[in-house]
Design a protein around this ligand. Structure first.
Ligand SMILES: [Zn+2]
Length: 137
């Protein structure tokens, strides 16, 4: 990945709307990674429009997946694309739990294991010290 692409992704990521946000980066022990929205194994290109900043856990569980199963409907649904879709349309916080508002949100939470107990516990500890939002507002 070129330095120019990396800088572009990081610049847009810090604006808050180009990442699959599950933890504030500065409180996450793991390294945030630049992830392909469409994995290169599926033909995704290494350019800013196909890259987003993701924490290690989200990137690990997403792997090369493009879709998941909505646990509510059982339908196969394409995963959330932080480059092209609005986070607030598909997700909301209920305390430390991320809630999927749509099929895309629910399938993405499931595949990325965003509500694993250890991840919820981390977010709850951040809420407890006042550095993580516990609601959409
Ligand atoms: Zn994450």
């Amino acid at each position: 990945m070129s330095a120019k692409v990396s800088r572009t992704v990081l610049k847009t990521s810090t604006s808050g709307d180009r990442r699959a946000e599950c933890n504030p980066q500065k409180y996450d022990d793991g390294t945030f990674e630049i992830d392909h929205v469409i994995a290169s194994s599926h033909g995704g290109l290494t350019r800013a429009s196909n890259l987003c900043l993701a924490c290690f856990s989200c990137n690990f569980y997403k792997a090369v997946n493009l879709s998941g199963v909505d646990p509510q409907t059982g339908k196969v649904i394409r995963l959330f694309d932080p480059r092209r879709q609005n986070w607030k349309r598909h997700f909301r916080w209920n305390g430390a739990i991320l809630v999927g508002k749509t099929q895309i949100g629910r399938a993405t939470i499931q595949v990325l294991r965003i509500n694993l107990p250890i991840r919820v516990a981390l977010r709850q500890s951040l809420i407890d010290i006042g550095v993580f939002p516990s609601s959409d507002g």
